[in-house]
Design a protein around this ligand. Sequence first.
Ligand code: PGA
Length: 254
Amino acid sequence: MNAPLVVGNWKMNGLQTEGLNLARQILRQINKNSDGAEVALAPPFTALPALAKALRHSRLKLVGQNCHWEASGAFTGEISAPMLDELRCEYVMLGHSERRHVFHETDDMIARKLNAVMAHGMRVILCVGETLAQRRRNKTNAVVTSQLDAALKGCVKGVIEKLEIAYEPVWAIGTGLNASPEQVSGVHENIRNYLRSGYGKPKGSAVRILYGGSVKPENAPTLAEIKEVNGLLVGGASLKAETFVPIVHAFNKK
Ligand code: PGA
């Protein structure tokens, strides 16, 4: 297993200079304690060129928040995998719950995007997770498994080596509600079993499974103790160095 991965998802926040300042602050502070977790930032697309330049020789990696499945064409308002690759993104996040639920992205679209990202040599952070209604009906593992199936079943060969999974319960994103350690561990174990049975033990064990949903400096140490939590996807708390850096530090020791 590689080092844990902690990703800051800035969503639609921050102008270029704000993003640059934040990235520089984060970098300065994480460099004081430099071994341990891999750290990546998912800024708005408009900040990517400035960050790509400023972070070129640093340990901070870049993540695209989304991308289209075609490389170019008449798709107003979209961005493509080669464009993100050109901006030095090492990862692309796909299937985030805001994309699925606010912008109505389907499993089929996510599967097509996944193939496009793979074709351009970047890694995918595939987000999965259940709504509150689905959890209440005890459908959590079934929903997560069907999201994984839909994204991965028809995917290009070798996908497993370029994949991170982020489990984010929809009801915990931006709400301040926390999944309990038992809930997190149950779903992560289920994802791990899915990966091992589909791709074999060595490959299925090497995929990092991140957790996301109202992660804060207060709950990061508990999450770091859960066996199958191999990193985090952090939204609101990644918008300030003073809340993001302690979260990274919680995973430096893992
Ligand atoms: P949050 O967002 O940490 O603000 O809940 C997480 C995410 O959407 O990835």
